[in-house]
Design a protein around this ligand. Sequence first.
Ligand code: ADP
Ligand code: MG
Length: 252
Amino acid sequence: MKGLSVSFGANRVLDSVDFRIDRGEIVTVVGPNGSGKSTLLHALIGGVRPSTGSVRRAPGLRVGYVPQKLSLDATLPMTVRRFLGLPRRVSRETAQVALDHAGVPGVGRLQMSALSGGQFQRVLLARAILESPDLLILDEATAGLDQPGAAAFYRRIEEVRKETGCAVLMVSHDLHVVMSASDRVICLNGHICCEGTPEVVAEAPVYRALFGEGTKGALALYRHHHDHHHGPAHGHSHDGPTEQTRKAAADA
Ligand code: ADP
Ligand code: MG
């Protein structure tokens, strides 16, 4: 993705974003609500037309996508196996391999409406990995899961990566898991605020100002974004923490 900007009417949601992901990498995008995370993923899969910039894929690249929201009519009878065969039929073996990889080997015959939250997310994961993607994209796939459920889900993702060698790009709010499970972290707020390996980013003063440390990290993130000032050009200063973010980091 090069110099990519997306606007909805007068609302510029992404501004000159440069991004790449290599084979086998796990990259996580963090940022407050409305910062353009889902739009970035949509632009990557070709679901949103950029106003400037471009997206280039390796030839033949296969992408699996787990959307942020998927609501199914609870009154519509549909088994997991049937769901996996939409929109394209897959063999029973292929479906079973995907369910195994996603960590829910036994749910094939269950109704979609009978699944727990964690099982439902894993079935979505199974659907995304059905066709052995080179790149797996997940948009807040653990929202709605409790902490152990989310942690288990991320371990699954890491195992899928290990077993299949696919790259993983995800949006997440679980900062602790993000920091332990990602090769690279990107902080997005309409533009890329900072990025790097978790170690490097965690040591960076700007990251500490953004995220704080310890258990209040997530809080510091949101405080930062609510406080920070956008200049006339494309956003806030990248010189270092502002008075507010320094205070947020100190409080955290
Ligand atoms: P995030 O995933 O970080 O919460 P989104 O990418 O979903 O953010 O949305 C970023 C901004 O773009 C929001 O202000 C949202 O209202 C707006 N937006 C997203 N999709 C559309 C759309 N299809 N039409 C109009 N506005 C949109
Ligand atoms: Mg989103």
